[in-house]
Design a protein around this ligand. Structure first.
Ligand code: DX5
Ligand code: ZN
Length: 215
């Protein structure tokens, strides 16, 4: 069983209630919430009022992925939205250890996200302190991009690092996930798959989430 975190970025925002109800009824383990600021990434998505609306409707944990500069400024606001997991990018945190502590102190699980070109070895001295690592398998900013194959090597390296440390961190992979790329990253050692376009553009999203869960 693979945990699936469908990315709400690919939902129909004119029918958000309907799409969240679909996710509630599905085997999705959590809901992936992509926040973009137009500075760290070349796109803007949505902010706290929309996350609160999703949170009121969702019956599953929120997995909030912050593609924003200086995410430490927003720890309490993310917590107040009811998020279970707060993902911050390695590339945006000069004082990553402190940010991870702040997320834990706020009562959330802390996840660190790596861009495709950031090597896994950068996590050597934080891996014992995080609940999850999110490996980007596309350059962040847009849904429906093509999976970057170097991710498979990174998943294997990260799995080795977690095992060597006896660490508890789960491995999540985000970007270009479908049944084929999903199978490859699960074989490489991933625990959680984010999927946006592949789920929401499918004729039967609930069945597609079930198919990904079975990988
Ligand atoms: C990309 C986002 C992803 C994206 C995934 O910046 O972080 O979560 O929505 O979408 P797909 O699965 O369509 O690549
Ligand atoms: Zn994401």
């Amino acid at each position: 069983m693979t945990k699936i975190s469908p990315s709400v970025l690919s939902a129909d925002f004119g029918n958000l209630d309907r799409d969240i109800e679909m996710l509630n009824a599905s085997q999705a383990a959590m809901l992936h919430i992509d926040v973009m600021d137009g500075v760290f990434v070349p796109n803007i998505s949505f902010g706290f009022p929309v996350i609160q609306a999703i949170s009121r409707k969702a019956t599953k944990p929120l997995d909030v992925h912050l593609m924003i500069v200086d995410p430490a400024r927003y720890v309490s606001q993310v917590r107040d939205c009811g998020a279970e997991i707060m993902n911050v990018h390695f590339e945006t945190c000069t004082h990553l250890n402190r940010v991870v502590q702040q997320i834990h102190d706020a009562g959330m699980k802390a996840a660190v996200t790596l861009n495709p070109a950031t090597p896994v070895f950068m996590l050597e001295d934080i891996i014992d302190d995080v609940d999850m690592v999110l490996l980007m398998s596309v350059n962040p900013g847009f849904a429906a991009q093509k999976f970057i194959p170097v991710t498979l090597k990174k998943v294997r390296q990260l799995r080795e690092m977690i095992t060597a440390h006896g660490a508890k961190a789960e491995i999540e992979v985000d970007g270009g996930i479908n049944l084929e790329t999903g199978r490859q990253v699960v074989e490489a050692g991933a625990d959680i798959l984010v999927s946006g376009n592949f789920v929401f553009k499918a004729p039967d999203p609930i069945q597609t989430i079930a198919d990904l869960t079975a990988l």
